[in-house]
Design a protein around this ligand. Structure first.
Ligand code: DLL
Length: 410
């Protein structure tokens, strides 16, 4: 049997033996680990969801002896109990290899100085990038998120070449550099490894211009290792997945049936070499599609398109589906606006309304009413519904060092 298939069977067996809740579900589905004879058989396996991890809190998704667990990460408990994922020593090692593989693919090498401005701690971003960059032999600056003045100072003084943080924080850093009158030419920065939230091509263009770098997308989620699940190479041709680590599927989020290659749907991931928290057919809720064709970078295997958004972040306004990233993409096409924005869903005369709050870029001198009507029209053309647009003075909306919160209460 092919190695990868054996790894799949082993992963399924581990989940079956160590997760009573999953064993029950497999029994209900009438399938046992021995029934997995080809990759095609994966479709008969039950899914796993975030709720499974939550309801098993704290150790329900730990498939190893606790003595063998050397680390846990948790995702935030904003919508309920936190989810706990565990790593054995071998897992930490494989994760570092995975992130190093991603960074190499992005063009990072041992001569780079990598400023890790993702949060360190229970969030996987900081430590994930840290171990990966170290494994590659880079010099790591473990500054974590926030403390923006210090970020700029160290970036300049230590000659950072690669910046790793959320795209919204990268944009903020670009803004601060501009305010301080520091031109990107004065820095050694050449590459950005940005992810942990959806971001548009327009946002990419602004970051690239503001920081004078190439900005690449990294994807991951705490339930499946953390950062490193998929990574763009400099061809920006979709995000590469490491086939030794994952089996990837895209399913219809309603029927849960696998979709034909290239069709947009929900990304489902199965881990192949995870001991602490093996995941079988994990429903990520992230919307994407598989990308066809060879990439000129020469790395083979599956690629996914940039994430459109989470199905749970999709707004349904008067019957129309809206992803925040679509709005970002429209706002980003107006040079008069900054790319900071917030969305508020309200009601008027029993109809759902969407308010878009955005900001002027620095130095705007024109007629704000005229700009408002142009942006409103562009939003209506793209989304197919009219929205209430508020354009605020520069700097009005809160900046964050981590993931931007786009949907706000009011
Ligand atoms: O955000 C892990 C990570 C850290 C990824 C650093 C990349 C860089 P969680 O906090 O569990 O883990 O959030 C995972 O964030 O399901 C997506 O909805 C979203 N997400 C992550 N990366 C991207 C990306 C980390 N590149 C959730 N594009 C995922 C769009 C992303 N969305």
């Amino acid at each position: 049997m092919e190695d990868r298939l054996l790894a799949l069977r082993e992963s399924v067996r581990r989940a079956y033996e160590r997760y009573p809740w999953y064993r029950e579900r497999m029994k209900e589905a009438g399938i046992s680990p021995e029934d997995i004879r080809s990759f095609n058989d994966i479709q008969y396996l039950p899914f796993m969801t975030k709720d499974d991890l939550r309801s098993g809190y704290p150790w329900g998704a730990t498939a190893s002896d606790l003595r063998k667990i050397v680390r846990v990460h948790c995702s935030s408990g904003t919508t309920g109990r936190p989810t706990v994922v565990s790593y054995t020593k071998g897992d930490i090692d494989r994760w570092a290899e995975l992130v190093a593989w991603c960074l190499r693919l992005a063009g990072v090498n041992e001569d780079d100085i990598v400023q890790v401005a993702y949060g360190y701690g229970l969030f996987t971003g900081g430590l994930g990038l840290h171990y990966g960059a170290e494994r590659l032999g880079c010099c790591v600056i473990p500054i974590s998120g926030g403390n923006t003045e210090r970020q700029v100072e160290l970036m300049r003084d230590l000659g950072t070449t690669v910046l790793a943080c959320t795209p919204s924080y990268a944009l903020y850093l670009a803004e601060v550099l501009a305010e301080k009158g520091i031109s990107p030419d004065e820095l050694n920065l050449r590459l950005g490894i940005f992810g942990a939230e959806p971001w548009s091509e327009e946002m990419r263009a602004q970051i690239e211009k503001g920081l004078g770098i190439m900005a690449l997308d990294i994807y991951g989620l705490s339930e499946i290792w953390g950062p490193g699940v998929a990574m763009e190479c400099p061809y920006k041709n979709g995000l590469h997945l490491n086939e030794e680590y994952f089996i990837v599927e895209v399913v219809d989020p309603e029927t849960l049936k696998p979709l034909p290659f290239g069709k947009e749907g929900e990304l489902v991931l199965t881990t192949l070499n995870r001991e602490g928290t093996p995941m079988i057919r994990y429903r990520t809720r992230d919307i994407t599609r598989l990308v066809n064709g060879e990439c000129p970078c020469g790395v083979h295997g599956y690629r996914i398109d940039r994430i459109k958004g989470r199905s749970d972040d999709m707004l349904i306004i008067r019957g129309v589906n809206v992803f925040p990233k679509q709005i970002e993409s429209v706002l980003g096409s107006f040079g008069e606006l900054s790319l900071n924005y917030q969305l508020v869903v309200g009601e008027r005369k029993y109809l759902k309304r969407l308010e878009v709050r955005c900001e002027l870029a620095n130095g705007f001198k024109g007629d704000i009413n005229e700009l408002t009507s142009r942006v409103s029209k562009a939003l209506k053309d793209r989304l197919g519904i009219s929205v209430d647009l508020t354009i605020l003075p520069p700097g009005s909306l809160e900046r964050t060092a981590g993931k931007a919160k786009r949907l706000v209460a009011s």
